[in-house]
Design a protein around this ligand. Structure first.
Ligand SMILES: C[S@@+](CC[C@H](N)C(=O)[O-])C[C@H]1O[C@@H](n2cnc3c(N)ncnc32)[C@H](O)[C@@H]1O
Length: 226
């Protein structure tokens, strides 16, 4: 899906996103505990955070709540999502700034201690993912961390298909039309295998590359800039 279609899609989805996403993504909230659990930073120390594809602000909020001296730059290409995010995070005042950004091509900035990307990187193709991983590496300070939660594929077509069946069943059980969302994802998304993405992170220079959580076709993974 090109950036304009992604933008239109998420602008339309913004008002109902928070209710919907927990029915579509296995372990959506559990992923938040995992992400907080792997962050190596002292809770009181200042932390500059970049949220790539912030959506309504779930990951930004997670860090703002847990790290009282964190400042977050929340970015998204969908202005409707940025507006929802700004409304949701208004209570954090000047600790959050908002920026319209296509992370596939735009300037990420530099000097961050933490870069987060939640369910956003699968919207760009694999070559663009590899390029993004290199640019995120450059945007981090030494010791900084990159954490994604993502839809991923498995290492064989058979396992990928089996995972997608289980994902459809999960959505059906949550009261959603699993087949519809699955077909939409097949048509629009560019998920890559977890194995490849861990390799691309290492290629970009990341150390401590790991995936501490995986369920069906979703994973939390990332690495540290040495
Ligand atoms: C499924 S939502 C995820 C929101 C939130 N990060 C979360 O974890 O729940 C994906 C978000 O990524 C944004 N997005 C997709 N492609 C993007 C790109 N190339 N640049 C910036 N944002 C992008 C979408 O507009 C959308 O708000």
């Amino acid at each position: 899906m090109d950036a304009d279609r992604v933008k239109d899609h998420f602008d339309e989805e913004a008002p109902r996103y928070d209710d919907l996403i927990v029915r579509l993504i296995p372990g959506y909230r559990e992923q938040h505990d995992v992400i907080l659990g792997i962050l190596p930073f002292d809770r009181e120390s200042p932390l500059r955070v970049l949220d790539l594809g912030c959506g309504t602000g779930a990951l930004s909020r997670l860090v703002l709540d847990a790290y009282p001296n964190a400042r977050v730059e929340a970015t998204d290409l969908a202005t409707g999502m940025l507006a929802e995010c700004a409304a949701n995070l208004a209570g954090f005042g000047h600790r959050v700034s908002y920026r319209e950004l296509d992370f596939g091509s735009g300037d990420l900035g530099s000097g961050y201690g933490l870069v987060l990307a939640g369910l956003s990187v699968h919207h760009i193709d694999d070559e663009a993912k590899r390029d993004l991983f290199r640019r995120v590496f450059d945007a981090l300070r030494p010791g900084g961390m990159f954490v994604m939660r993502e839809i991923v594929t498995a290492d064989t077509p058979g396992q990928t298909e089996a995972d997608r069946e289980r994902w459809r069943a999960f959505m059906d059980e949550s009261g959603e039309d699993g087949r519809r969302w699955y077909e939409q994802s097949l048509g629009e998304d560019h998920p890559a295998s977890l194995t490849d993405q861990l390799e691309w992170l290492r290629d970009a220079g990341f150390a401590q590359v790991a995936a501490p959580w995986r369920r069906i076709n979703f994973a939390v993974f990332g690495g540290v800039r040495p």
